[in-house]
Each structure stands twice: as structure tokens, then as C-alpha cells.
Design a binder for this molecule. Structure first.
Ligand code: 6PG
Length: 492
């Protein structure tokens, strides 16, 4: 008996993906650097399906049906290259190597090109949903050669989450497209969590609402257009009391946010692509600032607040304030999605990927960390799933809005939220509560809609000190003012 797929790297994500394949009726060959994990998996979960435990990578490969499908789930970076280097000599043309980790898309592009030269398929897949998702159905974003999807797609679709019958898995685009889209998913995940944090901070610092009461507020928000996994678990975390101290757990946790790197990669890529993803980048910087514990301690001693007293909203006002914060959260969240999707469009042009935003939004509707009701609306705004990527019926990509904020439903929703959004940012600024994403998202919105931007002055300054030239609004051409001469204008 040969296995349908081999999994190497059986830490919790790899083990859970292997179990998920087995539970879906696939025979799974298992390998781990140390045999103990393989044995533990078979001992604890062997009854969930058919596993073939192996001792070495050679044995793993020998136990696979052709074309061989080998899924690597090891730490991103050099460990992936090490496994690939060992695997390649054992494989034959048409075999498929899958990297399911959070690899950088440039690494995936490099690996895909190197394996293509040996007639092997290398498929970087973005997998979202954490440990539970890996076991019960993650969102899966596969890149790599489209032909490889014929042999691999059905397996991935089977183990993925399903939203109203649609698998949360579809071919995304060539080479590193899958990992790029997963990276942007994580960038949005950072922004999503940061706007939730800003809402929490405002409700507490300005609204005077304690975590236990906020748990109820977030629970009720989960029945509005904010409904999402992250809002749902926010209610859980805020409602949780520390057993040792009796305090809200959130008050016991050190206020320094960690990061493994995908948010930072998103911000760097946004800069490289010239994509204005300020809200996403601010959410990365907010984590960095939180972790500067020594500077923060000094700043608390040294830096003035400069705030007047902002009266906490009372009773009836309080409900209005809570609703304002909800609307500000919604609008800021929408902007971070708009920025992430805009960045995907820029990346598609840069790397020659045919990314379909409707399809991508459809994959995020379930299984992944940013899953939200909103994503179904976003998918529809972009014309549904592209049927050439998936057998289910859908509509074409034609007529997609060039920015998510232009889709009629979102344009109207933001217009309705706008007065509250402005009030909330103004209140936060007056109270000295940092709202980097609420405010940067609003500036992005205003920046887009403003008829004249001060970029004209920037151009004038660049021309003054560096003769960098400028274009005129009233005629074609490139111009320079002779600033240190008679200040006449010449055509450059
Ligand atoms: C997911 C998550 C997952 C992981 C993040 C955490 O989609 O399942 O994004 O990939 O939890 O990478 O990232 P940070 O440690 O950087 O917050």
C-alpha cells in the first residue's frame, strides 16, 4: 500500500495536518527528524485513519504513490531548504513538494524556480487557522504551478474549511503567490487585532468600562456587521478572570506584543511595492512600541500628557460612545482590508500573478484567523469566486472595484460611520489614548478623497534642494525652477 501524501515535520501543525488528511480518508506517510513524535502521533491518533510511519526521508519517499506528494511543515527559513535538499535527489519529474509553513514568498519563488529546473513541482501553501484549523479545516492558499493543483488541489480542498459548501482553498497564482497572500492575511490579522485593542483601550480609558462588561459588549458586537472570529474570542479573553489573583486576565498579562515576522514582512513588502498600507504597518509598529519596555518606563516619568480632562461619558452618553467606537472599529477594519487587497493588486502587477480578489476573499470566509461575515460581502463586491480556479459556479472578475472602499455597500457603510469615526479619533487624541490604526486609517481615507494634497509642496521642496523637477497641473512636461538664479522656470 502506498500513501497519498507524506508529511515531514510533526510538531503540532504538521501532526494536525497529517491527522486531517487521514480523517478525510487519505493514507498518510509520516516522518519526523526524531522518531518519537511519529510514534506518539500513531499511538495517540492511529485510529483516526491510515498512517504509514517511517524512519527516514528515503523511507517516506519510497512509501508514496506517484506523483509523490511530500508536505513539509518545518520552521520557515533554512530548515525548509535543508529538507528540500535531501528530498530532491529522491524524487522524479512530476512529483510535488509542498511547503505549508509561513515561508517568505521570495524564498518560495526561489525554491519554485530551482525545482522547476528539475521538472519538480514546488508548491508554497499558506495555511491559516492555527492548531485547531490545521486539524479541523484551515483556510489554504496554494501557489505554485497551476498544473500541480490537479494532483494536489482535491486533497487540499478536502481538508480545508468549507463555507456554505465552498472549500476555503483554491489555486491562488504561480510560484510565491500563495505565501504572499498568506503574508497579507497576517498583515490584516495584525491590523484587525490592533483595532480591537484600540477599541478596548478607549472603552476602558475614556468610557470607564471594565473588561468583564466589555466582554458583553464585544459579544453583542459579534451579532453586528463586525461578526468575526477575532471579535468572538476578544469577548472570551476579556471575560476571563485570572485564577491566582481574581483580576481580569488581561490585567495580569504583560502589555508587550510578540511577533514572529509575517506582519513585518507585509509592511516591508508594502514599502517595496509603493502600496500605502499605513494601517497595517501601524499595527506592526504598535507591537514594536509596546515591546520597548525600558523607553516606555522612562517616558512615563519624563513625557508630559498635555491632555485636559476628558470627562468620561455618562449613562446615556455611554451607549452612544460605545456605538461610536464600534463604528470607528468597523471603518478602520475595512480600511485595513482595502489596503491589504490593494497591495495584492500591486503585487500581482509586480510578480505577474493573476490574483483574483473575489476568490481570495472567499477563502478567508472560514477556517482562518481573520474569518468574518464581512468577507462574504467583500467576496461578492469583487464578483465572487473565479470559476477557473474552482469548479463551483461563480461570476467573472470583470467590473471589480479598483479599491474596496469604492464598492457601493462599503462606500455607504463608511459614509454612515464617518461622523462617529471622526469623533472617536478626536476624543482619543484629546484624551491622550494612542489610536495608531484608527487614526492612520482615517488619514488614508481622507488622503484618498482629498482634491489637493500637500505632495505639491513636497515636490516644490525637492525641486528647490535637489532639482528633482516637478510636473505642472496645467500643462504637460517636466519642469524646474532656477531657485538660486532668477527663479524663472525651465522645461527639464
Ligand atoms: C494563522 C496565523 C498563524 C500565526 C501567526 C502569528 O493564520 O493561522 O496567522 O500563522 O498564529 O503567524 O503571528 P505572530 O506571532 O507574528 O503574531
Amino acid at each position: 500500500m502506498k500513501a497519498d501524501i507524506g508529511v515531514t515535520g510533526l510538531a503540532v501543525m504538521g501532526a494536525n495536518l497529517a491527522r486531517n488528511f487521514a480523517r478525510n480518508g487519505y493514507t498518510v506517510a509520516l516522518h519526523n527528524r526524531s522518531r518519537a513524535r511519529t510514534d506518539a502521533l500513531v499511538a495517540e491518533h492511529g485510529n483516526e485513519g491510515t498512517f504509514i510511519p517511517t524512519e527516514t526521508l528515503t523511507q517516506l519517499v519510497e512509501n508514496l504513490a506517484v506523483p509523490r506528494r511530500v508536505l513539509i511543515m518545518v520552521k520557515a527559513g533554512q530548515p525548509v531548504d535543508d529538507v528540500i535538499d535531501q528530498l530532491v535527489p529522491m524524487l522524479a519529474p512530476g512529483d510535488i513538494v509542498i511547503d505549508a509553513g509561513n515561508s517568505h514568498y521570495e524564498d518560495t519563488r526561489r525554491r519554485e524556480a530551482a525545482l522547476a529546473a528539475k521538472d519538480l513541482h514546488f508548491v508554497g501553501i499558506g495555511v491559516s487557522g492555527g492548531e485547531e484549523g490545521a486539524l479541523n479545516g484551515p483556510a489554504i492558499m496554494p501557489g505554485g504551478p497551476k498544473e500541480s493543483y490537479e494532483a494536489l488541489g482535491p486533497l487540499l480542498e478536502d481538508i480545508s474549511a468549507h463555507y456554505e459548501g465552498d472549500p476555503c482553498c483554491a489555486w491562488i497564482g504561480t510560484d510565491g503567490a500563495g505565501h504572499f497572500v498568506k503574508m497579507v492575511h497576517n498583515g490584516i490579522e495584525y491590523a484587525d487585532m490592533q483595532v480591537i485593542g484600540e477599541a478596548y483601550d478607549l472603552l476602558r480609558s475614556v468610557g470607564g468600562i471594565e473588561p468583564a462588561d466589555q466582554a458583553g459588549i464585544f459579544r453583542s458586537w459579534n451579532s453586528t456587521d463586525l461578526a468575526s472570529y477575532l471579535i468572538e474570542i476578544t469577548a472570551e479573553v476579556l471575560g476571563h478572570v485570572d485564577a491566582q489573583t481574581g483580576k481580569p486576565l488581561v490585567d495580569v498579562i504583560v502589555d508587550q506584543a510578540g511577533q514572529k515576522g509575517t506582519g513585518r514582512w507585509t509592511a516591508i513588502s508594502g514599502l517595496d511595492l509603493g502600496s500605502p498600507i499605513g494601517a497595517i504597518a501601524e499595527s506592526v509598529f504598535a507591537r514594536s512600541l509596546s515591546s520597548q519596555s525600558e523607553i516606555r518606563a522612562t517616558a512615563q516619568q519624563m513625557l508630559a500628557a498635555g491632555t485636559g480632562s476628558v470627562p468620561a461619558p455618562q449613562d446615556a452618553d455611554r451607549d452612544a460612545f460605545v456605538e461610536d467606537v464600534r463604528l470607528a472599529l468597523y471603518a478602520s477594519k475595512l480600511v485595513s482590508y482595502a489596503q491589504g487587497l490593494d497591495m495584492l493588486t500591486a503585487a500581482a502587477a509586480e510578480y505577474g500573478w493573476s490574483l483574483d480578489l473575489g476568490t481570495i476573499a472567499s477563502l478567508w470566509r472560514d477556517g482562518c484567523i481573520i474569518r468574518a461575515d464581512l468577507l462574504d460581502v467583500i467576496m461578492k463586491a469583487f464578483g465572487g469566486r473565479d470559476t477557473s480556479r474552482h469548479p463551483e459556479p461563480g461570476t467573472t472578475a470583470e467590473g471589480q472595484p479598483s479599491n474596496l472602499l469604492f464598492a457601493p455597500e462599503f462606500r455607504d457603510a463608511i459614509a454612515a460611520a464617518l461622523p462617529a469615526w471622526r469623533r472617536v479619533v478626536a476624543t482619543a487624541v484629546a484624551a491622550g489614548v494612542p489610536v495608531p490604526v484608527f487614526s492612520s486609517a482615517l488619514s488614508y481615507y481622507d488622503g484618498l478623497r482629498r482634491d489637493r494634497l500637500p505632495a505639491a509642496l513636497t515636490q516644490g521642496l525637492r525641486d528647490y534642494f535637489g532639482a528633482h523637477t516637478y510636473r505642472r497641473a496645467d500643462r504637460e512636461g517636466t519642469f524646474h525652477t532656477l531657485w538660486s538664479g532668477d527663479r524663472s522656470e525651465i522645461e527639464a
